[in-house]
Design a protein around this ligand. Structure first.
Ligand SMILES: Cc1ncc(COP(=O)(O)O)c(C=O)c1O
Length: 394
């Protein structure tokens, strides 16, 4: 596998023949078979060849090592891995803990904060089960009160979203927990404006950022949030089983670790205190680093540009089919690589059969969400909508 990794296509090609560049990237850097139209990065992303190769190479090397030669994450501080991730995400590595996914990171926050019966947790009505499950558990177990705010789909503008969430804060609200990009429709929330306004009201902000890094460019230290959970295995090319938790300085000593080994009492470890969880596969972290380098080799801005260009194409095609109720707003700032719409049930059922026959991999029910990434080909997007059009009256 390592031998099979080809050099990245020359970026000069992107200026002269962009479609040829993306075609080569897909063909040479991904293991996706040619017949596969994969448009579900929103659930799980696709690891490119250099990532698969880095995981495999580490497993091979590790199998020949003994004892202390073999670093296991779960007891180590993994500083170089955290530094690489932190540099990409825009924060200090001391505020970044490596986890297995966003669900775990969200649970670490919800279970680790000192909150009492009657304290209120505010969230949107569009949260993913992995982001809200632990708050609901604390509601059942400790009497916290979870209250949801309806997100208008599509919203009028980002100001309406800030007003909705901040306006809902009440005297008992202690935490505002919301997704930076909604799982249901891909709506990009105005995270900084929300976190800034919540801070003024003394409310802790927890951002479920599972969809953010790799899909849209941002720096964590500009978001002004207290916590941010991530899943780089969705949009950042990491292998499955990679997660992140950003913890703001003021919160490092306030959060209780959920899983512990000896070093959990050592406050000097900062965010690494939350990584003392016992033996884990270091190989996936090697893959995560390779994923970050893969994104950097293309350029985070170029990756976003391509993702969004294809998503805009998808949005335009969806808008041209009168039966579809488009949930993605027109404003480019409010979506990245996810486009969503509702379909009449009969149309969805006819379409789903056709898509399955072509092994097209999308996410949806009558609420359909299409994800575009650098491995998505324009013809995949076009074919998707061709199948919907061909399912009318079927
Ligand atoms: C907003 C959001 N949060 C959390 C998750 C859970 O991600 P993971 O399974 O990587 O923990 C998802 C998965 O789709 C999601 O969309």
């Amino acid at each position: 596998m390592a031998a099979a990794v080809a050099p990245m296509p020359d970026l000069k090609l992107l200026d002269t023949a962009p479609e040829a560049y993306w075609k080569r990237l897909r063909e040479e850097q991904f293991l996706l078979p040619d017949w596969r139209a994969y448009m579900n990065n929103g659930s799980l992303g696709v690891a490119p060849r250099p990532v698969v190769s880095a995981v495999e190479a580490y497993l091979e090397r590790g199998a020949g090592m003994v004892g202390s030669e073999y670093p296991r994450w779960g007891y180590e501080l993994m500083e170089s891995h955290r530094q690489e991730a932190a540099a990409f995400l825009g924060c200090s590595f001391e505020n970044l803990a490596l986890t297995h996914n966003a669900t775990e990171a969200m649970s670490m926050v919800a279970q680790g904060l000192d909150l009492a019966s009657g304290d209120e947790i505010l969230m949107t009505d569009q949260e993913h089960t992995g982001g809200k499950g632990s708050w609901l558990l604390r509601e059942a177990r400790h009497g916290l009160r979870v209250r949801t705010v309806e997100v208008p789909l599509p919203p009028r503008d980002s100001g309406q979203l800030v007003d909705r969430l901040i306006g809902a804060i009440g005297p008992r609200t202690k935490v505002l927990s919301f997704s930076g990009i909604l799982t249901t429709t891909g709506l990009v929330m105005p995270v900084r404006e929300i976190c800034r306004a919540a801070r003024v009201k003394g409310v802790i902000t927890v951002v479920d950022g599972a969809h953010m890094h790799g899909q849209i460019p941002f720096r964590i230290d500009e978001l002004e949030c207290d916590f941010l959970a991530g899943s780089p295995h969705k949009w950042l090319f990491a292998p499955p089983g990679c997660g992140l938790l950003y913890i703001r300085d003021e919160m490092l000593d306030r959060l209780w670790p959920l899983v512990t080994t000896e070093a959990w009492t050592n406050l000097g470890l900062k965010a690494a205190r939350f990584m003392q969880v016992g033996t884990n596969s270091r190989a996936v972290l090697e893959g995560m680093g390779a994923g970050i380098r893969f994104a950097q080799a293309i350029g985070a801005g170029r990756v976003y540009g391509r993702i969004h260009e294809l998503a805009r194409r998808a949005r335009g095609l969806a808008a041209g089919i009168s039966e579809l109720e488009l949930l993605t707003p027109d404003d480019d700032r409010l979506y990245g690589g996810l486009v969503a719409f509702r379909m009449p049930k009969a149309l969805f059922e006819a379409f789903a059969k056709k898509a399955a026959a072509e092994k097209m991999w999308v996410y949806g029910s009558p609420l359909m969400r299409i994800a575009t990434h650098v491995h998505t080909r324009p013809q995949d997007v076009d074919r998707f909508f061709e199948l919907i059009r061909g399912s009318r009256g079927a």
